[in-house]
Design a protein around this ligand. Structure first.
Ligand code: GSH
Length: 311
């Protein structure tokens, strides 16, 4: 991580621990918004903003799916980092960052704030005009892509419709700790107690969602919303990474008929399918040395060989 703008120590996945040894994720520090009028400093303009992502990362992949669903592909450019996490955190392949020509993701943070302390996470929404980070919280970026770019977004789909907002917020608030972040709490637990607590919450939530998705096609009936994007990115990584590496191994998603049908339904939509790259996902997760010291990347499971470009 960065301390006062300097990279310090080797990268380690466990960000902080609670009293029981449970994994605690750091809060995002850049929280500004792009708006159609520019109030708050960031005006929606084509070509002005750049998104830094990793295809392994569920949070970053939320923003890639929203960018495509909203028809913002020509408005917001993207750089994709390498899937493996090394001693200096995320790394760019030669020439991958055409905007800042960075070698490591932490350089984007120090370019925005020379004294930044914290982790250099993705996604990051970068403003080419002021050379600063607008936002590094995927939940915010999802909302920004939904409405902050106004008419620049070619597609009219509303991922956070007014009449569903309280219900979407309530569902997000349940799914995030128990499932989206729950799998990480399982994988990065540092005590048996913390692992077991997370494990039970993950599968209780999957059971609940299996029941909910008996009627569909989406979490809120016929309306595809941000809640579907947020669930999708976890489900599509589950059997390939979380089941094995994170020891979330009571059941796989293919073992849940409704969840599996839902995942297949979403994968038929190009914005979802093309933002999934299973090889990046496996290489990235299985590169975490503390969980997989020898670094062997599993070949299976069969049947989920997606190699989307993310764009
Ligand atoms: N709150 C952030 C979390 C982002 C996050 O934790 N990203 C991970 C990748 S999946 C990351 O970049 N980790 C690098 C690190 O923690 O040093 C969001 O949702 O945008």
């Amino acid at each position: 991580m960065l301390v006062d703008g300097k990279w310090s120590g080797d990268w380690h996945p466990v960000q902080a621990k609670d009293k029981k040894g449970g994994f605690v994720r750091q809060d995002s520090q850049f929280r500004s918004f792009v708006t159609p009028t520019g109030e708050g400093g960031f005006k929606a303009e084509a070509g002005r903003y750049h998104l830094y992502v990793a295809l392994i990362c569920p949070w970053a992949s939320r923003t890639l799916a929203a960018r495509k669903l909203k028809g913002l592909v020509d408005v917001i450019s993207v750089s994709i980092i390498e899937p493996e996490l090394g001693a200096e955190g995320w790394r760019f392949a030669e020439g991958a960052d055409e905007v800042n020509h960075a070698r490591y993701m932490y350089e984007i943070y120090t370019a925005a704030d020379a004294h930044y302390s914290g982790r250099a996470t993705v996604p990051v929404l970068w403003d080419k005009q002021t050379r600063s980070i607008v936002n590094n919280e995927s939940a915010d970026i999802l909302r920004m892509f939904n409405s902050g770019f106004g008419d620049l977004a070619k597609n009219r789909i509303d991922l956070y419709p007014e009449h569903l907002r309280p219900a979407i917020d309530a569902l997000n608030a349940a799914i995030y700790p128990k499932l989206n972040n729950g799998v990480y709490r399982c994988g990065f637990a540092t005590t048996q107690v913390a692992y077991e607590e997370a494990y039970h919450e993950v599968f209780a939530m999957l059971d609940e969602l299996e029941e909910r998705l008996a009627s569909g096609p989406f979490l809120f009936g016929d309306e595809l919303t941000e809640a579907d994007i947020r669930l999708f990115v976890t489900l599509v990584r589950f059997d390939a990474a979380y089941y094995g590496l994170f020891k979330a191994n009571k059941r796989r998603i293919v073992d849940y008929p409704n969840l599996n049908a839902y995942l297949t339904r979403l994968l038929a939509i190009s914005a979802f399918r093309e933002t999934v790259n299973i090889s990046h996902i496996k290489r990235g997760y299985y590169s975490v040395k503390s969980l997989n010291p020898i670094g062997i990347v599993p070949l299976g499971p069969d049947g989920i060989d997606l190699d989307g470009t993310g764009l």
